[in-house]
Ligand binder design. Structure first.
Ligand code: IVH
Length: 700
């Protein structure tokens, strides 16, 4: 038999001899692909085919553990020498959680769920409450009961393949019992106990290595080691609390799913409780908070999850977080320290932001030397002065904040702080528009700080994600004129050596790092429309808004033309823009303002000349029955709350609008509908009753 013939055999059907030959062939083949992908940057097969090869290798090894080779691909991650882990796309996105901080917000979370599901105030609503562990999330994929892939969360859509490393974690089962679904992605947290963290740091200190700031950083640093032998030496652990893709449903409730995960060998975080109202949630929250210091690992709050999985399904997601779950965070940790100086940073839109330069102090396990002061008014309101002793606080990953001044420790000669009225970077006048809290530098194009910040934003992870082009480099390239505007980044390789020594000959660089940078840049000559929009750094246009715009307009040309046309506030293009759910007049003004600036159009022309911006192709939009349709709900629906109706329509690809126009495709009319229903009939639109709407959903 040759390779192709036994490749066609199912793993269960292989003889031992065939399996050995197949493992040898797979090892060679995968190593070849790794090389092509990582070092030659020329993948020979698709990611999916590559994954299939690795999975087959893993499955054969699981069936014949004795045949595992020394050069087994499951022991290696990509080709470390060229840097980085292989990227993997998550079959089901890995989401984050919204946060609540006080009792009222917990009550609002519950009330919102009841409204969405149209539950009566006294209808039972069970919520599971469990500790929120401070580690990093991972997705473990099992096929046929075997661990075949482990990935970090990454940006939620795409993570990194850390399979070899995760295999070294004793808490993670290699095999699942027969009653587990054939395909099952178990999600949970990789973490380190406090004790292990301290012991690891002692070892590192003794070896003259830098220590980790906290257990979370040390878990993250240990998991993302290119050499799995290093990870194996680090005491990592795992808790399972959720799941991604599954080939079969295995529970009706979160509670039952948890029990199953436990039975299949995954450690579970405790203490957990099933609660049925706000009071019992809060009681459990306080219980966990009281036990917090005694837990072996760090937690930063309590996660509440709607127990019924069918309800979770109905509740769905808003942007990147589920409606059916929320994290109730513990109060922030505080400390006192001296504020040495107030620094003014200039952002990419010219905003002057005050930052406190602090005497370093440890807050909640992390050394803090900077804290945000928000804005001019905050400084005045709190009367914060240089050299004051201040109380600061830090909550989770949030930037530390200055809470208050310790009044009785103020130096006698201190003076009220005066916020600068000129840009500290370029000297231009800094002005505060009527009604704005922010003071902005008016230097625009001549302000180097703004230009550098725009470039930093452009290459940042959620924008063009150009690895190896750090702050320091951008500042230097900008100062010497090598990169003045975003398009220059893509001309860097051609212009290398024309203004100063070649990159490869500079201090801190070499042939290899220069080549890596040029390759990272070349990799991004093709970019998705939403990333492109976000990268432009238009005020108020974050990732979520960029996605909305990309989805609505579909192509760069379409979007650009519409934004130019939307300058006319009375025109259709403007109405269309503000008709997009979640885009209001203020964002619309920032968008049209950006396009009214001739320089910005020049910057875009230059970019369009060097880039390919892909149109947004919606995943499976072909089979989303309401894709491209606009729908308006009016009146009261009996069977479904308004938020749920909207979410269902959007899930089917529709845009939900607030007002009826001739562009509306469907108007769903509930009880007591008013003028919108009348207008829909006048315009001759398709009017649906609630029953029509429900049967549309049933048939979708
Ligand atoms: S559930 C769709 N449960 O917190 C919801 N997450 O801030 C999936 N986390 O990305 C998350 N403990 O890494 C869930 N008991 C717990 C958790 C937990 C920690 C992490 C997780 C998530 C992050 C969101």
């Amino acid at each position: 038999m040759d390779t192709a013939e036994f490749r066609a055999l199912a793993v269960e059907d292989l003889t031992e001899e065939q399996a050995a030959a197949e493992l040898a062939a797979l090892a060679a083949e995968i190593a070849g692909h790794d090389l092509a992908y990582h070092q030659q940057d020329a993948p020979a097969i698709s990611d999916a085919d590559y994954d299939a090869l690795r999975r087959r290798n893993g499955a054969i090894e699981a069936r014949f553990p004795g045949l595992k080779r020394e050069d087994s691909p499951s022991e290696r991650v990509g080709a470390p020498a060229a840097g980085g882990f292989r990227k993997v796309r998550h079959a089901v996105a890995m989401l984050s959680l919204g946060n609540v901080f006080d009792d009222a917000e917990v009550a609002e979370f519950m009330a919102r769920i009841r409204r969405f599901l149209s539950l009566a105030a006294d209808a039972p609503l069970a919520i599971l409450a469990e500790p929120k562990i401070d580690g990093l999330s991972a997705s473990l994929r099992y096929e046929g009961g075997e661990l075949v892939l482990a990935a970090t969360r990454g940006d939620g859509t795409e993570g990194e393949d850390v399979t070899a490393n995760v295999r070294t974690i004793a808490d993670v089962p290699e095999h699942l019992p027969a009653d587990a679904p054939d395909v099952l992605e178990v999600r949970g947290e990789v973490y380190m106990t406090r004790h292990d963290f301290r012991a690891l740091n002692e070892r590192r200190l003794a070896a003259g290595e830098p220590v980790f700031a906290n257990p979370r950083n040390s878990a993250a640093g240990s998991l993302r080691q290119l050499d799995p032998r290093i990870t194996a030496d680090r005491p990592l652990r795992f808790f399972g609390y959720s799941w991604g893709e599954t080939s079969a449903t295995f529970a009706d409730t979160q509670w039952e799913a948890r029990q199953k995960l436990g039975r299949w060998g995954f450690p579970l975080n405790e203490p957990t409780a099933l609660c049925d109202d706000v009071a019992s949630l809060l009681a459990h929250y306080h219980r966990i908070m009281a036990e917090r210091a005694d837990l072996a690992y760090e937690i930063d709050g309590v996660v509440y999850k709607v127990d019924r999985l069918d309800w979770q399904q109905r509740l769905g997601f808003v942007s990147r977080a589920p409606r059916w779950a929320v994290a109730h965070k513990f109060p922030a940790e505080q400390a006192e320290t001296r504020l040495n100086r107030i620094l003014i940073q200039v952002g990419r839109t010219g905003a002057l932001t005050p930052v406190a330069d602090l005497e370093p102090v440890t807050v909640g396990g992390v050394v803090v030397s900077r804290a945000t002061l928000h804005n001019e008014d905050e400084i005045r309101r709190k009367d914060i002065r240089e050299r004051d002793i201040v109380r600061i606080q830090r909550a989770g990953d949030v930037i530390p904040q200055v809470i208050a001044v310790v009044a009785d420790r103020r130096p006698p000669d201190s003076a009220e702080y005066r916020f600068p009225d000129h840009c500290p970077e370029c000297g231009s006048l800094a002005i505060r528009e009527e009604g704005e809290v922010v003071r902005r530098c008016t230097g625009g194009l001549i302000c180097p700080a703004q230009a550098v910040e725009r470039l930093r934003h452009f290459v940042s992870r959620d924008a063009f994600d150009i690895e190896g082009l750090g702050d320091k480099h951008i500042r230097a390239f900008h100062a010497e004129g090598l990169i003045r505007e975003p398009a220059d980044i893509f001309r860097l390789e051609d212009r290398d050596g024309t203004t100063a020594p070649r990159l490869a000959e500079r201090e801190g660089w070499g042939e290899r790092s220069a080549a890596n940078l040029f390759r990272a840049i070349a990799d991004r000559r093709r970019i998705a429309l939403d990333r492109f929009i976000y990268a432009l750094g238009i005020r108020q246009v974050g990732q979520a808004t960029a996605k909305l715009l990309a989805r609505h307009y579909g192509s760069l040309a379409g979007w650009r033309a519409a934004m130019v046309a939307a300058a006319d506030r009375q025109g259709e293009a403007f109405a269309d823009l503000v008709g997009i759910d979640q885009i209001g007049p203020s964002v619309a003004d920032d968008l049209t303002g950006f396009f009214a600036e001739p320089h910005n159009l020049t910057v875009m022309d230059a970019l369009q000349a060097v880039l390919t911006v892909d149109d947004l192709v919606e995943d499976g939009s072909g089979d989303r029955p309401l894709a491209g349709k606009t729908i308006v709900f009016t009146g009261t629906l009996e069977g479904m709350s308004r938020p749920e109706a909207k979410a269902r329509a959007e899930a089917l690809g529709a845009k939900v609008a607030g007002s009826v126009s001739k562009k509306t495709d469907y108007v769903v009319v509930g009880a007591d509908a008013g003028s919108k229903a009348t207008k829909a009939r006048e315009l001759g639109l398709t009017v649906l009753s609630e029953a029509d709407w429900l049967s549309m959903l049933a048939n979708a």
